[in-house]
Write a protein that binds this ligand. Structure first.
Ligand code: PMP
Length: 444
């Protein structure tokens, strides 16, 4: 399998030759919160698939719902003129779930990048329909991650994901992120840093001209950029600034929706109602590629009351509102609520965060520990804690490798070790992740 993989599979987010140099782990099974590889080695999944398997891998009601849907109606398009009963039922459930976020309509997609693309397009179109066609620019945060379609890559805050594909969308501007460990202001106080980033946002809006900006897109807690939770003042202030200038706020909750932060949504944790919210990942817990952009009443009404014809939508995917995805999402939502996974995320997340802080006390190589918002945590590794000098990538990989041999799959992203396990894991599983990481650090 390793040889065949190297000769025939190109892996996303990897150099094509990586498979020869560092053959990937071949996962052949998964049950509960554990995965098994081709050699029969079983570990706790500290990654949760890819931040998406919130309910673990053995969710019988979801499997049953998918099987029943496959028998009844495996596929039909929901493009204008037809729909299916499943997506209607799901939209009503989502409307209920996202009511506290002020979101009431669902535009279905087939994943996170599609949700971002949809939201960016809806934002521009919203302004056109309102008679403000000059609003075409987008703002986002440095270190933000918004998927890999061309729009999403353009607002991506990490230049590594942009430069190789340029020219991308013009008119995208990236604001400093409230990243306390490293920032251009050398500010270590989270509240003061939030103020400086907000000032940078105001300055950029003034420089660009508010009337040229369609939307600001942000993750409530930055995920792929290395788990960066902003100070609590930050997102509410962004909301206020956007409202003041007529700029739509898009919350990219592809990771954070459905309980990962210990709240049902990241926006709700900060008391913010966005205009549009991107969801995907845990909406189907990995069982089916699926997503939805949730839309506020105020935005929806502008489209619905349009008489100019500008709101006619030339956007959608063959698999938008796939009935099997919708059936999976309905069952996942029911399980998510029945198990109240947000509370376990908060409790186990606090244990994990405390355990990681204890590790930092023992290993100098851990420069920063980030978490405190449910089950998303990161360790940023450095070669020198005083100077924060970057660490050799091979050493980060070594920690991951030994942690895996010791019982837990963890994820490496640049200098960070990222943890986003299923939200249903038990305290003992948290301990396995921590002891495996300890073994990893001891091996250095
Ligand atoms: N937005 C965010 C915040 C994400 O974390 C991701 C994926 N990690 C995406 C968008 C893209 O989602 P997908 O990989 O499903 O296209």
């Amino acid at each position: 399998l390793k040889e065949m993989n190297a000769r025939s599979v190109w892996h996303p987010m990897a150099h094509p030759a990586d498979s020869q140099k560092n053959p990937p782990t071949i996962v052949t099974g998964a049950q509960g919160v554990r995965i098994t590889d081709v050699d029969g080695h079983e570990v706790v999944d500290g990654v949760g698939g890819l931040w998406n398997v919130n309910l673990g891998f053995s969710c019988q009601p979801v499997k049953d719902a998918i099987a029943a849907q496959l028998d009844r109606l495996p596929y039909y398009s929901i493009f204008r003129g037809t729909t299916n009963d499943c997506v209607i039922e799901l939209a009503e459930e989502l409307r209920d779930f996202f009511a506290p976020d002020g979101l009431s309509r669902a535009f279905y997609t087939s994943g996170g990048s599609d949700s971002v693309e949809t939201a960016l397009r809806l934002a521009r179109q919203y302004h056109k329909v309102k008679g403000e066609p000059a609003r075409i620019k987008y703002l986002s945060l440095k270190k933000g991650y918004h998927g890999t379609h061309t729009g999403g890559a353009s607002v991506n805050g990490n230049a590594n994901f942009r430069t190789q594909y340029e020219p991308l969308l013009p008119g995208c501007y990236h604001i400093p992120a409230p990243y306390t460990y490293r920032n251009p202001f050398n500010e270590t106080d989270p509240e003061k840093l939030a103020q400086l980033c907000l000032q940078a946002l105001e300055d950029e809006i003034a420089f660009q001209g508010a009337g040229t900006i369609a939307a600001m897109i942000m993750e409530p807690v930055l995920g792929a950029g290395g788990v960066i939770p902003p100070h609590e003042s930050f997102m509410p202030a962004v909301r206020e600034i956007c409202s003041k200038h007529g700029i739509l706020l898009i919350a990219d909750e592809v990771i954070t929706a459905f309980g990962r932060t210990g709240s049902w949504t990241g926006s709700r944790h900060w008391g913010v109602q966005p205009d549009l919210m991107c969801t995907a990942k845990a909406i189907t817990n990995g069982y089916f590629p699926f997503g939805a952009v949730m839309i506020s009443d105020a935005v929806a009404e502008v489209f619905e009351q349009d008489e100019t014809g500008l709101a006619a939508i030339g956007h959608g995917y063959t698999y938008s509102g796939h009935p099997v995805g919708a059936a999976a999402a309905l069952a996942c939502l029911a399980e998510t609520k029945r198990l109240n996974v947000k509370d376990n995320a908060a409790e186990r997340g606090a244990e994990l965060f405390a355990g990681l802080q204890a590790l930092q006390a023992d290993f100098d190589v851990i420069g920063d520990v980030r978490g405190g918002h449910g089950l998303m945590c990161a360790l940023e590794l450095v070669s020198d804690r005083a100077t924060k000098a970057p660490i050799d990538k091979a050493r980060v990989n070594k920690v991951q490798e030994v942690a895996y041999q010791s019982g837990a799959m963890v994820r490496v992203s640049g200098p960070n070790i990222i943890l986003s396990p299923p939200l249903v894991l038990a305290s003992e599983d948290v301990q396995v992740i921590l002891s495996s990481l300890r073994a990893g650090f001891e091996s250095l």
